[in-house]
Design a protein around this ligand. Structure first.
Ligand SMILES: C[S@@+](CC[C@H](N)C(=O)[O-])C[C@H]1O[C@@H](n2cnc3c(N)ncnc32)[C@H](O)[C@@H]1O
Length: 384
């Protein structure tokens, strides 16, 4: 048989039967990740509450959970929103600062007001939390707040004047500080704020800054621990707990949240379970305040606040315990006496029973406000 020179050469076939070559390996498609199993009808652990972490997809479940007075895992419900908008009275075109951006609930409402009708209003959002901050910034951007209207800076609010200066904004018309921790921080056991589930004893809003609560408690002197429990939480058993915790840590390092809670309960054997739980809450609060230098930051912020408010500018502060409220109340009083503020809240504003029922975290909130005098009469001098 001759071959046609115009055709490609026919393949030379092997007359012997051969085994088929193995098919090329196809990479297996990744299996969809299984949701972790949990016991009971509803997930209890923070990380297992998949519906709450995705409220857009599970809108009706999320609505039911919120209606029952719970905050969705991984979110935060802003407190006293209408009351804050009432005292701050943000107007289209104004400049606002939210010193504690958190989940962005208050910031969103302020932004809606200052940018209403395409007004060139703007808001600076500050927060120290490196984990939640980028999530909140993306959430607000997704709502349509661009770079001109919304500037986000990860900073301690004690640096507010510096940031306003760097931005060339000078002063603000409206300033809000919603103190303390967010629900996202409180609820996530890995951040160490909760003792309801076990986790590392951390308690830092900014985990990039040392010391953690475990590191602090490892070396604190008994007298300093007692003072912290008194100043941060008015703990009635401060001396006894400080002595007991220092002895306990000398036997075994205190590194877990449940371990600390158990030690505190064990040191108060005569007390009721309710009393023990109250002490556990107060000790965690007091340690959190020290580890995050909350009073130092608040004192610094209150001193620089008048210089950040334009004439007639309004400030609102939400506090959650007496140590914070005392400081805000005193600074506003002194500012009024010195003519720095033209008016201040006579009484604190509190959440009404309906809000307290639907959001129990609002129960301890106290709102105070002040208005900057039109004339600038110098720096605020608060005796500490
Ligand atoms: C109660 S939450 C604010 C919630 C927010 N208003 C909302 O509507 O979602 C308090 C926030 O303040 C932040 N924070 C606490 N101390 C701070 C400080 N000194 N400087 C900046 N942010 C601080 C915390 O990280 C937390 O995110």
């Amino acid at each position: 048989m001759t071959s046609d020179p115009n055709q490609p050469a026919a393949e030379v076939t092997d007359p012997k039967p051969t085994r088929h070559p193995a098919p090329p390996e196809v990479p297996e498609a990744p299996r969809p990740r299984r949701r972790p199993r949990y016991s009971g009808r509803n997930p209890r652990r923070f990380e297992e509450r998949y519906k709450e972490h995705d409220p857009t997809r599970y809108a009706s479940d999320a609505a039911k959970i919120e209606a029952s007075g719970k905050t969705l895992a991984g979110s935060h419900r802003p407190i006293l929103v209408e009351e804050i908008l009432g005292v701050l009275a943000p107007k289209p075109g104004e400049t606002a600062v939210d010193c504690t951006l958190g989940y962005g609930g208050h910031a969103r409402r302020l932004l809606e007001r200052v940018t209403a009708g395409d007004a060139p209003g703007r808001l600076l959002g500050l927060d120290v939390d490196p984990i939640e901050f980028p999530r909140t910034e993306s959430r607000l951007r997704a709502l349509g707040f661009g770079d001109t209207a919304f500037v986000a800076r990860r900073s301690n609010y004690a640096g507010m004047a510096k940031v306003l200066g760097e931005l060339g904004w000078g002063t603000a018309d409206v300033i809000l500080a919603d103190l303390g921790v967010s629900s996202m921080q409180l609820d996530d056991p890995q951040r160490g704020f909760t003792y309801k589930q076990d986790g590392p004893l951390d308690l830092r809003m900014n985990p990039q800054r040392s010391p953690s609560a475990a590191q602090w408690i490892a070396t604190v002197r008994e007298a300093d621990l007692e003072a912290a429990l008194q100043s941060g939480a008015d703990e009635p058993h401060a001396a006894l707990l400080a002595r007991g915790l220092v002895r306990a840590r000398d036997t075994e390092p205190i590194t877990r949240t449940r371990q600390l809670a158990g030690l505190i309960r064990g040191l108060l054997p005569e007390r009721s379970k309710e009393d023990q739980d109250l002490s556990v809450r107060r000790v965690f609060q007091a340690i959190r305040i020290v580890v995050n230098d909350e009073f130092g930051g608040l004192d610094a912020w209150l001193r620089l606040l008048p210089g950040c408010l334009g004439p007639g500018g309004r400030v609102a502060v939400l506090t959650f315990h007496s140590g914070e409220d005392r400081r805000v109340k005193q600074a506003f009083r002194v500012g009024l006496d010195q003519g720095i503020y033209s008016s201040i809240a006579d009484e604190v504003i509190r959440a009404d029973p309906e809000e307290q029922r639907s959001n129990p975290r609002s129960s301890s909130a106290k709102l105070r406000w002040a208005v900057r005098a039109a004339e600038n009469s110098g720096e605020l001098r608060v005796e500490s």
